[in-house]
Design a binder for this molecule. Structure first.
Ligand code: TXA
Ligand code: MG
Length: 341
């Protein structure tokens, strides 16, 4: 397939919204990561997403909308908690899950009776959805299990030749996928993001956090969000996380670095800004300031892409898994396959 490229300043709207309406696939920027969009009311178009990404088809998609009214046709009803959260956080990186209406095809929801919806905070995404006139089903625009794309180049690498068009909107401002919150029963965070548990609790009161957010699913555990089952964000290299204080973690990393290197493995260290001096002249890149974990997520995705195929092993530190750190540690643990020393 010949993929068309647009930049956000070009007149991408007519062609790209036509492609969506006609059942094709368009990758577009959002404030979180790039999405791979198709007409969310067309089951065949949605199947095309799963095929292009190599995504297991029991992992449901998020419908993206540009106008709050659209929600009323996608959900059975709109609970008060949702209205409060929408007022506080939409457009923005919060995805809400509730009981679906009959209008939503089963391809979108992987046959679940709920559907995830969000309104992205990005002009290109909003214009595309508005002009297409349909909800746009979109997972992150990476090959399944690979790090999420936070730039046009990442999307091009994974999707060129597999989809109809890519819109270049530069780097994603947020750089980590949206917070996913289920409003069925007790509100439960299924995936942490830039909208933190405390921010949500300040609007609707206590929320739960799915246990699989920071640990592997146990065999007998009920799968709240199918996405939690799968290996994610994984580069070719082995990723190992060192726990403890920055000093302790850096000692563990250095010891493992020497052990691995002496057995012929090529290793690189991803360091936080403040730990950088601990590593002296070892091969090391900075992943960001641990006081800003959301910006570390975006760097994590692009550094995993850049170094993941060049090294046998990536060694990095754990940070506090509270507030925004929850989103970072969720992505890092999945990238490592939960390998913590
Ligand atoms: O920021 C984002 O959310 C990006 C941009 C493109 O909007 N999209 C994104 O989509 O990250 P995706 O498909 O990569 O992740 C959606 C997550 C998956 O973990 C999926 O299992 C979960 O949401 N999900 C979707 N619908 C669900 C449902 N009905 N019940 C439970 N989990 C659901
Ligand atoms: Mg994804």
């Amino acid at each position: 397939m010949n993929t068309l490229y647009f930049n956000a300043n070009n007149d991408f709207i007519p062609t790209c919204s036509d492609i969506i309406r006609a059942g094709g696939l368009v990758a577009f920027p959002t404030e979180t990561v790039y999405g791979l969009g198709a007409n969310g009311l067309d089951g065949n178009a949605v199947n095309g997403i799963f095929k292009a990404k190599g995504r297991p088809n029991d992992n449901p998609l998020i419908l993206h909308i540009a106008d709050k009214e659209m929600l009323y046709s996608l959900w059975e009803s709109v609970p008060d908690t949702a209205l409060k959260l929408i007022d506080a956080f939409w457009p923005g990186p919060l995805t809400l899950i509730y009981k679906k209406s009959a209008r939503v095809p089963s391809e979108v929801t992987a046959s679940l009776d709920t559907v995830a919806v969000r309104m992205p905070k990005h002009d290109v995404a909003l214009k595309l959805i508005e002009e297409a006139g349909v909800p746009v089903a979109a997972p992150s625009a990476n090959m399944s299990s690979r790090p999420s794309p936070t730039s046009f180049e990442h999307v091009l690498h994974d999707m060129d030749g597999k989809i109809n068009a890519i819109i270049d909107g530069g780097k994603c401002a947020c750089g980590v996928e949206s917070t996913v919150l289920s409003l069925v029963g007790t509100p439960t965070i299924l995936r942490p993001g830039a909208i933190t548990p405390a921010m949500i609790e300040s609007v609707i009161g206590k929320v739960e956090i799915a246990s699989a957010v920071l640990s592997p699913l146990k065999c007998d555990e009920k799968v709240l969000s199918p996405g939690l089952k799968y290996k994610h964000y994984a580069p070719d290299a082995e990723v190992i996380i060192a726990s403890g204080s920055p000093k302790e973690a850096s000692e563990k990393i250095k010891a493992l670095f020497y052990e691995y290197t002496s057995s012929g493995k090529k290793c690189i260290i991803f360091s936080t800004l403040s730990s950088f001096p601990f590593y002296e002249d070892l091969p090391c890149v900075t992943i960001g300031d641990s006081s800003n974990p959301i910006s570390m997520c975006a760097n994590l995705f692009s550094l995993l892409r850049e170094h993941g195929s060049k090294y046998d092993c990536i060694l990095t530190e754990a940070i506090e898994s509270t507030d925004e750190g929850l989103a970072y540690m969720n992505r890092l643990l999945r990238a490592s396959g939960f390998k913590v020393i």
